[in-house]
Ligand binder design. Structure first.
Ligand code: E4P
Ligand code: PEP
Ligand code: MN
Length: 495
């Protein structure tokens, strides 16, 4: 395909063909509802359907300023012209999420920022095309929902649920080659996990597959979240099974019984709102493949929305203040996250806040701390103090996974459940001392019975990691370990 192929020209049109620019009003879009209990009259106004950011608009919003900036983790695509053809296609497709949902997430995160809600974010380290099945996506979602119910009770606060889903297909890596000397796997958005030279060549067409898989996952989730998957009674029953079957069940029985009593009390009172049967879950991914996220950016109501997901975050390896990733994220209206590891200084974090949230909107910026369990108690307090003193509005979220990765004696990349718990504990201790709100947790997890992290009540040992080590990148907590963590965090929240 040449760059002047029709599809690229279509992508440069100012608005979605046949909708926003048509002379006579198009038919009203069907009522669109993912369980958000509010009216969005704007949606029935065809003039406000988001439009593709053409060159003039991209210039006005400087959506392409990143192209001239230093960029880490650049995918080694053999032919950039093909990348441009693919992004031309992506610029013309219906995006994965809608602007009103993105705004709604920002409002929900503002509640977290003000200490009136808690944020539970989680999912695979790396989604893969082959595992993008009903079984896998729904199992992950079910685990996220189960954790959220336990946390809702523990925190006595609403829990904002965000999946690492429907777009988590790109991975920053520490080295350019793997242990076999092959070009490293960078996520299904770029290349294949298969261990051959050929499979590891970055293929731009994979962005189209990532889009299609993301759209399919989002579509299925929207349907199931309204169709019983999120029903409180069902989720609670699964949690009861967990307490019954967990080797550490006794420890969680008390809190499990309390939740049970609360649920039955509500039922006896006839409490039966829609919120008990459905849930809103938002989609998030790391904004690493800038070309992909830029192509799915649309202009709506005077703002640029990256509609590849509701929330995008910036990774630890790409957080250069004057770099491409931070620049692009600073120009979109989405809530954004920024991972910070042990080398982040308090001064740097304040600058990052000003760059990513210049209007200082509550709910716009999530600082995702991943210090490691050994450092969280010493490194986090000065950062929180400086950010608070500067008056920056942020959500503090703990990622207890990425600072605690190590290679096990058997050669697997793993994490120890106790160290994960200890980092969360440290995060809560620090926030109690600084008088700030420990806003949420960010977990790599799966609803499958994998053996990737050692420990937990199942006491998974190093020599058992090979039994079901299935991750494409980092080790995830399995279902039991995830729920155990939720019960432990619920205990921390109560105290
Ligand atoms: O998910 C996070 C990173 O991509 C991952 O931890 C990097 O892993 P690596 O150090 O094996 O490259
Ligand atoms: C890449 C990730 O994390 P970090 O940037 O914190 O290493 C991740 O969340 O998968
Ligand atoms: Mn990871």
């Amino acid at each position: 395909m040449s760059p002047s192929a029709p599809v690229c020209r279509a992508a440069r049109r100012r608005s979605i063909p046949g909708i926003a620019k048509s002379a006579s009003p198009p038919p009203s879009p069907p009522a669109y509802d993912i369980g958000v209990n509010r009216q969005w009259h704007d949606l029935r106004n065809p003039g406000l359907v988001p439009v593709i950011a053409d060159e003039e608009e991209a210039e006005r919003y400087q959506l392409d300023a990143w192209r001239d900036l230093p960029r880490e983790q650049v995918p080694p695509w053999p032919d950039y012209a093909e990348v441009e053809e693919v992004t031309g296609v992506l610029a013309a497709v219906p995006p994965i999420v809608a602007p009103y949902e993105v705004d709604h997430l920002r409002e929900r995160l503002a509640e977290v920022c003000e200490g009136r809600a808690f944020l539970m974010q989680g999912g695979d380290c790396a989604e893969t095309f082959i595992d993008n099945t009903e079984h896998h996506v729904l199992a992950n979602m079910r685990t996220l929902l189960q954790m959220a119910v336990v946390l809702t009770y523990g925190a006595s606060l609403p829990v904002v649920k965000v999946g690492r889903v429907a777009g988590q297909y790109s991975k920053p890596r520490s080295a350019a080659t793997d242990s076999l000397g092959l070009p490293v796997y960078r996520g299904d958005m770029f290349n294949s996990l298969e261990a051959t030279e050929e499979a590891r060549v970055c293929d731009p067409q994979r962005m189209i597959r990532a889009y299609a898989n993301s759209a399919a996952a989002m579509n299925m989730l929207r349907a199931y979240l309204r169709g019983g998957l999120a029903d409180l009674m069902a989720v609670h029953d699964w949690n009861k099974d967990f307490v019954r079957n967990s080797p550490a069940g006794e420890r969680y029985e008390a809190i499990g019984r309390e939740i049970d009593r609360a649920v039955r009390f509500m039922a006896a009172c006839g409490v039966d709102s829609e919120n008990l049967h459905t849930a809103e879950v938002f989609a998030s991914h790391e904004m690493l493949a800038i070309e992909y996220d830029r192509a799915l950016t649309r202009i709506f109501d005077g703002k640029a929305y990256a509609l590849s997901g509701h929330m995008l975050w910036n990774g630890e390896r790409t957080r250069q203040l004057n770099g491409a990733h931070i620049d692009f994220l600073s120009r979109v209206a989405n809530p954004v996250g920024c991972k910070i590891g042990p080398t982040a200084t308090p001064e740097w974090v304040v600058e990052m806040c000003q760059k990513l949230n210049p209007q200082n909107l509550p709910g716009k910026l999530v600082i995702i701390t991943r210090m490691g369990h050994k450092h969280v108690r010493t490194l986090l307090p000065p950062i929180i103090e400086k950010v608070e003193a500067a008056g920056c509005k942020v959500v503090w979220q703990c990622d207890p996974m990425h600072g605690n990765t190590y290679e096990s004696a058997s050669g697997y990349k793993t994490r120890a459940f106790d160290q994960v718990v200890d980092e969360v504990l440290g995060f809560f201790e620090v926030h109690r001392r600084t008088g700030t709100h420990p806003g949420g947790i960010h977990i790599e997890l799966t609803g499958e019975d994998v053996t990737e992290c050692v420990g937990g009540a199942q006491e998974i040992r190093d020599d058992q990691l090979s039994d079901r080590y299935e991750t494409a990148c980092d080790p995830r907590l399995n279902t039991q370990q995830s729920l155990e963590l939720a019960f432990l965090v619920a205990e921390m929240l109560r105290h």
